[in-house]
Design a protein around this ligand. Structure first.
Ligand code: FES
Ligand code: MG
Length: 593
């Protein structure tokens, strides 16, 4: 170990120890050694490890990182590195308007600038809330310095009147109960607060737990890292071990480009199916893959992932929450099942320095009520369907949340199983939906398909989680909990609605959804993975000729920059120009004076 270090010249030494430019070296040194770092350390054989802190008062899902920082730093010090914490632009799913999704690319682009422009040799990416994880992985992929992810962990399980109360999932359930008149406004709030009993991110298999499981499945965390609940002692130990390990990764020069291979992404897609993961995972993983220079297509989610069995019994696809998932073995137990079923590429490298096969050797679920075996799963074929047709080039449907009731109502016409034809009602965004959903003139009945548009990356802007629209109150009271819903936005990963979402291209840029009208007939064919408006071609072409792009009202400079450069959800919703930048750590920036 000592020998490796003596031979190694770190990137940070270009700042702190450059005899060819003593003036600059002095300038860099004096302003870092006036805090806890000494000249000997900064000029010595220790790598500088950045810690990207995503936690703050504005970002409560990641706030635990503020308290884990000491353990991460202790690990870095004990590993022989120099820790330097820095803040990340907050991305709080439940706080940021118009949507935190708008800020994923902003946090990404600012992380790239920090990692490129400062004396950093390796980085601990603190993750947690939905978009923080992809933003951090995207940045690390672009810069390509050694990087390891550490999430804050899910909250403790929530409980309400003796039942598990899962983040987000209880909101969607309570929304229905309120519409049915079974609870009042105060009970609604109490139920929601009961689902958030401690620091941590969502305790359901929503987007946060999904994306952190994705980071682990990709090999970007230490094994077993993602499922540990935030307040557990194991979380503090993992913070320490992660800090220690990143120093080793720098010495070994183990970079994101060594870990984020096509095979690693295929592993992640398979794991997503098995955990009943969020519909937000495809755009986020697509974005990470593009910044890593890996060829991944939204269709891969169906071809690689559809036939994966659901193994994890966790809300919204199942019953349990984060504590049970952790105790049953977390992501390694799921992957252990999948590797024995031949579904995981074992040769993939992981941040631990071991291959995925080595990490998963002999690992199994210790509670088959919560993590099932491939021989006896929760259900077969639990991955995503990726639909196309004249309404969009791609849209996702999460099949693991299709309930028996939904299947019976909409997908079980004798001789036509998986095919559904009905009348469309179209809403122009969530405000229009809320204003008109209970309007009897719309003629919404138990057969209607609800559409929402103008809520994609460009339209909203940022793509809003609004596609899981609930039926009119009268239908809910009559026992219709769900109607089929379709849209160019997203929905919460905690939703149990089998919506057709992430439709790309979106209406705001002229996708087929823009041409649909209330009263049109639409046809869903899950067997052929298609959805189409049944409008004759001449009429459709006329509507296209009549269409003009909407006036977009930018409220902030970033909204305008974002809308100018963002791509579609099917392509990851990236800043398109940013995807051309690869492995930029090697291209050292110029001195600043
Ligand atoms: Fe932040 Fe769910 S809202 S993790
Ligand atoms: Mg959400």
């Amino acid at each position: 170990m000592a020998d490796t270090r003596a031979r190694k010249r770190f990137r940070s030494q270009e700042w702190f120890d450059n005899p060819n430019n003593p003036g600059m070296t002095a300038l860099y040194l004096e302003r870092y050694q006036n805090q806890e770092y000494t000249r000997d350390e900064l000029q010595g054989d220790r790598p500088v490890i950045g810690i990207a802190n995503t936690g703050s008062d504005l970002a409560p899902c990641n706030k635990i990182h503020v308290f884990l920082m000491d353990r991460i730093k202790a690990g870095i010090r004990d590993g022989g590195g120099i820790p330097m914490e820095f803040p990340v632009h907050p991305i709080q799913e439940t706080g940021k308007r118009p949507t935190a999704a708008l800020d994923r690319n902003l946090a990404y682009i600012s992380l790239v600038e920090v990692l490129h422009g400062y004396p950093i040799d390796g980085v601990v990416l603190t993750t947690g809330c939905d978009k923080t994880t992809p933003a951090m992985l995207m940045g690390a992929a672009t810069v390509d310095i050694p990087a390891i992810a550490l999430n804050g962990g899910p909250m403790l399980d929530g409980w309400w009147k003796g039942q598990r109360a899962g983040s987000g999932t209880i909101i969607w359930e309570s929304r229905r109960l309120l519409a049915e008149g079974k609870i009042d406004y105060d009970e609604f709030i109490s139920r929601a607060c009961a689902s958030a009993p401690s620091l941590g991110h969502c305790n359901t298999m929503g987007t946060a737990s999904t994306m952190n499981a994705m980071a682990e499945a990709l090999g970007m965390t230490l094994p077993g890292s993602s499922a540990i609940p935030a307040p557990f002692r194991e979380r503090m130990a993992m913070a320490y071990e992660t800090g220690k390990r990143i120093v080793g990764m720098v010495l070994e020069d183990l970079k994101p480009s060594d870990i984020l291979t096509r095979e690693a992404f295929e592993n992640a897609i398979v794991v997503n199916g098995a955990i009943g993961g969020s519909t937000n995972a495809p755009p986020h993983l697509q974005a990470v893959a593009r910044h890593a220079g890996v060829d991944l297509d939204v269709k891969d989610w169906e071809t690689i992932g559809f036939d994966v069995p659901l193994l994890v019994n966790m809300q919204p696809a199942g019953a349990y929450l984060g504590e049970s998932f952790f105790r049953a073995g977390g992501v390694p137990a799921v992957m252990g099942e999948l590797v024995r079923a031949g579904r995981i590429h074992g040769a993939c490298r992981t941040a631990s320095g071991r291959t995925m096969a080595e990490v998963l050797e002999g690992v199994a679920s210790v509670d088959h009520e919560v993590i099932k075996t491939c021989a006896a799963p929760m259900r077969e074929n639990a991955g995503f369907k990726v639909l196309s047709g004249n309404l969009f080039e791609s849209a996702l449907m999460k099949t693991s949340v299709i309930s028996e009731d939904f299947r019976r109502r909409f997908l079980s016409t004798p001789g036509q199983e998986g095919i559904y034809e009905a009348r469309a009602v179209v809403f122009e965004g969530p405000e229009d939906y809320h204003d008109r959903i209970n309007d009897p003139d719309l003629g919404i009945d138990e057969t209607t398909v609800l559409f929402i548009r103008g809520v994609g990356c460009v339209g909203y802007p940022g793509s809003a989680e609004v596609v899981n629209m609930q039926p009119p109150d009268a239908l809910i009271r009559a026992g219709v909990a769900h109607l089929p819903t379709v849209g160019d936005g997203r929905q919460s990963g905690t939703s149990e609605s089998p919506s057709i979402l992430n439709a790309s291209p979106e209406a705001a840029v002229g996708g087929g959804l823009a041409l649909l009208r209330t009263g049109d007939r639409v046809r869903l064919d899950l067997n052929a993975s298609r959805m189409d408006a049944l409008v004759d071609e001449a009429e459709w072409a006329q509507r296209r000729a009549d269409w003009s792009s909407p006036d977009l009202h930018h409220q902030t400079p970033w909204q305008e920059i974002y809308r100018t450069h963002v791509g579609q959800l099917g392509d990851g919703g990236c800043l398109e120009l940013a995807t051309a930048y690869r492995r930029i750590a090697r291209d050292l920036p110029r001195d600043n004076h």
